[in-house]
Design a protein around this ligand. Structure first.
Ligand code: ADP
Ligand code: ADP
Length: 218
């Protein structure tokens, strides 16, 4: 069963006619862990933005977790129900604590305050951050920040996690810890993971590596 299906997906920007995506065909099975590799500017981030319902395609078809993204207009709902994002630079909100940052994705959901706090607590504890609940991001190490970001990504039980260079800003030892966590989450939660990386050693932990070049999957 495919959780992601793209066919003939094109996306251009007003930058002289070069297409960021130039006919992407891609099928990803539910529960797969995929690495996406390719040179800088090849379209990896744009591809992730399409899957994550952050951006619309110009042409083609995109189905994500049963939603037809070429027809569906409610991108923000699909995003918050189906997708967890992890970025290279954690993107935590600086004036919110760990506990508050993890609650952000739940704000638009029917959960009440008590349930949101409980979920955030459980996630942070499971990621070994039980002693950093009220800390602000500036007071955390790089690895701790990325763990808070992972907790935030998991908040709404997403079916897909999209990770854009999740180890790119970390030293190699901390990076390994983060990768182990992702593998763990993949194994235990059965979530589908799509991870962009430049680093073959990082990419290798996935079930499958796909390569993007000039806006196409090779
Ligand atoms: P990478 O994925 O290689 O680490 P980025 O995705 O940040 O790097 O950027 C890749 C290329 O896309 C760069 O040349 C950058 O200038 C360009 N780029 C990214 N975002 C934008 C944007 N919002 N506007 C214009 N160019 C952009
Ligand atoms: P990658 O993640 O592989 O580095 P990107 O998806 O960021 O590649 O970029 C693919 C192409 O689209 C590049 O040529 C980049 O400059 C261009 N691009 C990406 N985002 C924008 C944007 N917002 N505005 C204009 N051009 C962009």
């Amino acid at each position: 069963e495919n959780i992601i299906e793209m066919s003939g997906v094109k996306r251009g920007y007003d930058n002289g006619g070069i297409r960021a995506l130039d006919g992407i065909n891609l099928e990803i099975k539910k529960g797969e862990f995929i690495s996406v590799m390719g040179p800088s500017g090849s379209g990896k981030s744009t591809l992730l933005n399409m899957i994550g319902a952050l951006d619309h395609a110009d042409e083609g078809s995109i189905k994500v977790a049963g939603h037809d993204l070429m027809k569906n207009k409610d991108f923000s709902r699909i995003r918050s129900q189906e997708i967890g994002f992890i970025f290279q630079f954690h993107n935590l909100i600086p004036n919110l604590t760990s506990l508050e940052n993890v609650q952000i994705p739940m704000l638009g959901t029917p959960l009440d305050d008590e349930k949101m706090v409980q979920r955030a607590l459980d996630l942070l504890k499971s990621l070994n951050l039980g002693n950093k609940l009220n800390q602000f991001p500036t007071r955390l190490s790089g690895g701790e920040r990325q763990r808070v970001a992972i907790a935030r990504a998991l908040a709404n039980h997403p079916s897909i996690i999209l990770a854009d260079e999740p180890t790119g800003s970390l030293d190699s030892k901390t990076g390994e810890v983060i990768l182990e966590l992702l593998k763990d989450i993949h194994r235990k939660e059965g979530v589908t993971i799509v991870m962009v990386t430049h680093d073959l050693n990082v990419a290798k932990i996935a079930d499958r590596i796909i390569r993007v070049s000039d806006g196409k999957v090779e």
